[in-house]
Design a protein around this ligand. Structure first.
Ligand SMILES: [Fe+2]
Length: 291
């Protein structure tokens, strides 16, 4: 997740290094911080069987990520780099968009080195080590996702120049963070924002409220999203290899096509959509509209 708003870092924060990376500082984690990891890990481990996609489960099993403690990025990177040439780099909080894209374009995933406080187990605005490592790292072991996120980094730099970053960011949001994928005729989770959230792991798949709609890139480019709540619509890939198609297409003609067309609200359903589940919308009925 990227943002131009740096929530956890003091205004005027000056990074030590130009690429904003820091040492993970694994030895500095306290027993309380490892205990928070244990709680989050145990909760997701109960929820994810039958909900997470197979590629995620395989990635989690292959990486040195345990229930016991916050993982050491150096150990993770040995396995991850060997498989897909990706590595995690530690950052102290959200980083500026161009820094984020530059890392992704070079197959480095910026991961927060801090963990949420015990009173923030269910929601935090800034991605921490649990979100970034438990949510993102396993799926980076998948070759399609590995190529897709690199292409997104390259595409992000280009979209910034063309003035379509807000539109491209929606594609990242509805895939890498909140994506679902068809598997054996069922929707399964591959988005890190869902995989690292107990309540959304259930809501996204099992609740009647949200729509589940077949992914269509041009449609998603126009679709706004909720940053602070469950999604009103989830977009479902045919399979993870669809990400390879997304990694290879030139977005410039798509930007031209959507320019001037109306934006779509998070809960809109179009006659052209392939709707897998039409949500009743109950959850969001009494909530404020998306910002
Ligand atoms: Fe994320």
């Amino acid at each position: 997740m990227s943002s131009t708003v740096l929530h956890g870092l003091a205004a005027g924060y000056q990074p030590e290094r130009a690429d904003w990376t820091v040492d993970q500082g694994w030895a500095r984690y306290t027993a309380q911080e490892h205990a928070t990891w244990q709680t989050l890990y145990a909760r997701q481990s109960r929820l994810l069987p039958g909900r997470a996609c197979a590629a995620y489960v395989q990635g989690l099993q292959a990486l040195p990520i345990s229930a016991r403690q916050i993982p050491d990025f150096a150990q993770l990177n040995e396995v991850l780099y060997r498989r897909t040439r990706w590595q995690l780099v530690a950052v102290p909080g959200l980083v500026p968009d161009e820094v984020f894209f530059e890392h992704l374009a070079n197959r480095r995933f910026p991961a927060g080195n801090f963990i949420r406080q015990p009173h923030e187990l269910d929601y935090l605005q800034e991605p921490d080590v649990f979100h970034d490592v438990f949510g993102h790292a396993p799926i980076l072991m998948n070759p399609a996702m590995a190529d897709y996120i690199q292409a997104y980094g390259e595409g992000g730099l280009k979209a910034q120049r063309l003035g379509f970053l807000a539109q491209l960011a929606r594609v990242y949001w509805y895939t890498v963070e909140f994506g679902l994928v068809q598997e054996d005729g069922q929707a399964r989770i591959y988005g890190a924002g869902i995989l690292s959230s107990a309540s959304e792991s259930v809501f996204s798949l099992d609740d009647d409220s949200p729509h589940r709609i077949a992914f269509d890139v041009e449609r998603v480019l126009r679709t706004r999203y909720r940053i602070d709540d469950f999604q009103e619509s989830y977009f479902v890939l045919r399979d993870l290899d669809q990400l390879l198609e997304l990694a290879r297409i030139d977005f410039t003609p798509l930007y031209r096509r959507i320019a001037g067309r109306p934006e779509l609200e998070p809960g809109d359903v179009l006659p052209t959509d392939t709707v897998l589940h039409r949500g009743c919308g109950r959850y969001h009925q009494d909530r404020p509209p998306a910002p």
